[in-house]
Design a binder for this molecule. Structure first.
Ligand code: N01
Length: 542
């Protein structure tokens, strides 16, 4: 069944898809958002695992586009848990009546751009098709959950879950022997909660990680007032600073420029404040190994001071450079290893070889389990884009598809458009600050930019836009150069695609920061969309 033509079809009803509807409606465009889940929320719809919460403060990790919305909503905790964030997103959908432009329960499988017709046809898993002049992937950077390819999983007699597809009804761990595989941001959040419920918990750790206590707590009226008395001003600051987070914005000085006393005072202040802003204590932490070593020397003893068993403490000691994989924020993570019902298994030293019908087998032992939780992450940034078979078809010359274009690694001009795929926009695509920023700030910036671009095209009578290959190449070189000046490419991180076997190894996000990035996007638009080719190929325009 083919649906009526739209101006825009988009994928995903998370923060990005919802704001897209709001913004594009205001421009008078007809938009349809296709969403695999049965409600709004995106990341916060799927990631219902125990302990899930945002490690960016909620007053900042929220929409800024509407003053009344931000004044009326009250967060109960400094770092809200998943149910509250989901309630907030649902509130936004209701308040702006966004659901009527969303089709739920549809997973998009294919998107084909018919070059002569200048139309995308987007196909969902139930066969429904939607056509539109413009297609926008608002599918998130961390929505393609990755279960490791471990032999024997299909024959496991217990229950197993990936944290990114957590069952709505929850999981009862009482009296169960549970195994958690993975100690990234997700595992570190889930482990303390699961440990409190399960009879026994084995944590299977491949890489020891850095984590800073969040020091979460209830929002007091004074705390709320701190944000709300000049919310607009704070948001403006967030938009123009590197991280997209206004409180503790990025530092102007490097650790190596400070005296030891100044440096320790700054680390101490951040440590007491809590959370992942610790990484932003100095501007050279991920740029210079010496600066990184100084942070490490401060952080590791603090972080592990609570772990009583010396051999567990040794296993929990990270060895890579701080901040080159995403820093984690936790609530009682390291303390969990003092519990009698928790054991840490070092699978770097003795890797998992199989899942057996009754548990996990490593090189040197078998661990009987009733439940296995994979907190093993995502095929990040490109995974959700490549999950849709996107291609351009030109009756005479054959076609081009995203998989071929990105065979050697993803490239997108400003992270917004892929040369060769006209009228397709990617929200927080590769080459944009996305996952290195407060992603809601980045989402709003992208959606605003796309909306302005569509409005400008309409005003000037254009109906096709595509990125120039040369501009895309130059942007990709710039993204790569920034990364190479830092320690980031040395880590086996998902930023590098290192967690997915066979994925091209390439640092995907833009390291220049959201403020600088925003200025570049604005300059491109102000100069008439330099690096893009705009044209009129249809007889009449929207
Ligand atoms: O995933 P990860 P995540 N065998 O990829 C291990 C955001 N987030 O879901 O490090 C054994 O970081 C893997 O080991 P290693 C945030 O941006 C935000 O935890 O590859 N182990 C690692 O320990 C975050 O960075 C919040 O050696 C395997 C873990 O699994 C991103 O989501 C909360 C394995 C995966 O860690 C992803 O976090 C949660 C295998 N085959 C998440 N494969 C907020 O608070 C992987 N691992 C906003």
């Amino acid at each position: 069944m083919t649906q009526e033509p739209y101006d825009v079809v988009a994928v995903g009803a998370g923060f990005a898809g919802l704001f897209l509807i709001h913004r594009l409606r205001a421009l008078g465009l007809r938009v349809r958002v296709l969403e695999a889940g049965d409600d709004v929320g995106g990341t916060w719809y799927w990631n219902r695992y125990p302990g899930a919460r945002c490690d960016v403060e909620s007053f900042e990790y929220s929409f800024s586009f509407d003053e009344a919305l931000q004044q009326e909503w009250t967060w109960s905790e400094r770092y809200a848990a998943q149910p509250e964030i989901l309630r907030y997103i649902q509130h936004v959908a209701d308040r702006f009546d966004l659901r009527r432009d969303i089709a739920f329960g549809l997973r998009v499988t294919d998107a084909v751009f018919d070059l002569p017709a200048n139309r995308w046809t987007v196909t969902a898993d139930d066969g429904q098709q939607f056509t539109a002049r413009f297609f926008i992937m608002a599918s998130g950077c961390l929505s393609n959950a990755k279960v490791p390819d471990v032999p024997g999983l299909a024959d496991f007699k217990g229950q197993w879950f990936h944290t990114g597809h957590w069952p709505r009804e929850g999981v009862d761990f009482s009296g169960k022997r549970v195994g958690v595989v993975g100690t990234g941001s997700t595992g570190i959040q889930a482990i303390p909660v699961v440990a409190g419920q399960a009879a026994h918990l084995h944590v299977f750790q491949r890489t020891a990680n850095y984590s800073i206590p969040l020091r979460n707590g209830p929002v007091t009226p004074a705390f709320e007032d701190e944000f709300k008395r000049d919310y607009a001003g704070l948001r403006e600051q967030a938009r123009h600073c590197p991280s997209g987070v206004a409180r503790f914005p990025n530092p102007q000085r490097g650790a190596l420029e400070m005296t030891e006393a100044e440096r320790l005072a700054s680390y101490e202040e951040r440590w007491r404040f809590g959370g992942i802003s610790f990484a932003r204590a100095f501007n050279d932490t991920v740029m210079k190994q010496d600066a990184n070593d100084l942070m490490r020397q401060f952080l590791v003893p603090r972080m592990l001071a609570c772990v009583e068993d010396p051999s567990t403490r040794a296993k929990l000691t990270p060895t890579y450079a701080v901040g080159t994989k995403r820093l984690c924020g936790d609530t009682g993570y390291f303390e969990t290893y003092n519990r009698d019902n928790v054991a840490l298994v070092d699978i770097q030293q003795a890797p998992i070889t199989a899942v057996t019908p009754t548990g996990i087998q490593t090189h040197d032992a078998h661990y009987p389990l009733d439940v296995i939780i994979f907190a093993t992450g995502f095929d990040a940034i490109t995974g959700p884009l490549l999950a849709v078979n996107m291609r351009v078809e030109d009756g005479s010359q054959g076609g081009v598809d995203l998989h071929s274009l990105w065979r050697d690694g993803p490239r997108a001009y400003l992270g917004l458009m892929v040369a060769g795929l006209p009228n397709l926009f990617t929200v927080t695509g590769p080459g944009s600050p996305s996952v290195l920023s407060n992603v809601v700030v980045s989402v709003e910036q992208h959606v605003e930019w796309i909306g302005n671009c569509l409005a400008a095209m309409r005003a000037r009578g254009f109906d096709r836009i595509e990125a120039e290959p040369e501009a895309q190449q130059a942007w990709a070189r710039h993204v790569d150069e920034l990364a190479r000046r830092s320690l980031m490419p040395d880590a086996n991180s998902w930023y590098m695609g290192a967690n997915i076997p066979g994925k091209p190894r390439m640092f995907m996000p833009y390291m220049g920061g959201v403020g600088v990035y925003r200025r570049q996007c604005e300059a491109v638009a102000a100069a008439g969309y330099t690096g893009f080719v705009l044209s009129q190929v249809e007889r009449s325009t929207v």
